[in-house]
Design a protein around this ligand. Structure first.
Ligand code: ATP
Length: 245
């Protein structure tokens, strides 16, 4: 479903220095997987995630999602292809001046869905995340967990095959975290959506991931499976993360 081929990313710092956020890396994520990107702060996890939908443009390499080579697409083609890739964020990124329903409708408006189909899809997505009764509320009236559920509903509205999650539970307490992770696992199971989740916590990987990559200093140190809730990491960086947990 997702293939990164020798993808790399450097940033130029304000002082003119060049910083390698990701050395040339390969990554294959299968359709239907929940795949984790785990590593310490500043390791390059978010950069790697944002390279999948080209929020960050790689300096080199190819990004292929659902059979389309995103790195070869012109702007209009890329906009269309991105409708197949939903994204959720640590701070939810909801629009405060729009109701819950209008937040969820937003990507459908952009994509040109007719109003009646939009309304039906919004209702469906809010039901999916357990917020059917909050459609008319504003984000400020919701708890953190409910806000993230709106984020998930918004990301799923255009029926994407891929959902990118950038530390989706880092702003939430443990009980709410559990609820959001269960929600993501449920969506993965029911809809078959491929989920890529950035986290710095092994507990998140253990809770929902099928496999995960250890990202450290701009490289993928290893890719390991999670078997019966046990993370099978064995690189030095992976073992350090397990010890921390
Ligand atoms: N736009 C940018 N300009 C310059 N440097 C950047 C930019 N974006 C990221 N970086 C640098 O790239 C490195 C990797 O950042 P990234 O956000 O991918 O790490 P991360 O593993 O997600 O960390 P965290 O868990 O702290 O979010 C960091 O050192 C960061 O400062």
């Amino acid at each position: 479903m997702i293939a990164l081929k020798q993808v790399s990313k450097r940033f130029v710092r304000p002082d003119g220095g060049v910083f390698t956020a990701l050395s040339p890396s390969d990554l294959d994520i299968q359709a239907g997987e929940i795949f984790g990107l785990i590593g310490p702060s500043g390791a390059g996890k978010s950069t790697l995630l944002r390279l999948i939908n080209l929020l960050e443009r790689p300096d080199g390499g190819q990004v292929v999602v659902d059979g389309q080579t995103l790195t070869a697409l012109p702007a209009a083609g890329l906009r269309r292809a991105r409708q197949n890739i939903g994204m959720i964020f640590q701070q939810f990124n909801l629009m405060a001046n729009r109701t819950v329903a209008d937040n969820v409708a937003f990507p459908l408006e952009i994509a040109g869905w007719p109003a009646a189909e939009r309304a039906a899809r919004v209702a469906e997505c809010l039901a999916l995340v357990g917020l059917a009764d909050r459609a008319g509320d504003y984000p400020a009236q919701l708890s953190g967990g409910q806000k993230q559920r709106v984020g998930i509903a918004r990301a799923l509205a255009p029926r994407p095959h891929v959902l990118l999650a950038d530390e989706p539970t880092s702003a939430l307490d443990p009980a709410t975290t559990r609820g959001i992770l269960d929600c993501l696992a449920d969506i993965n199971q029911r809809l078959g959506v491929t989920v890529v989740i950035v986290t710095h916590e092994m507990a998140v990987v253990r809770a929902i991931c099928h496999r995960a990559a250890v990202v450290t200093q701009g490289t993928i140190a290893e890719i390991f499976p999670v078997i019966d809730g046990v993370a099978q990491a064995n690189s030095a960086a992976g073992l350090a993360l397990l010890e921390e947990a």
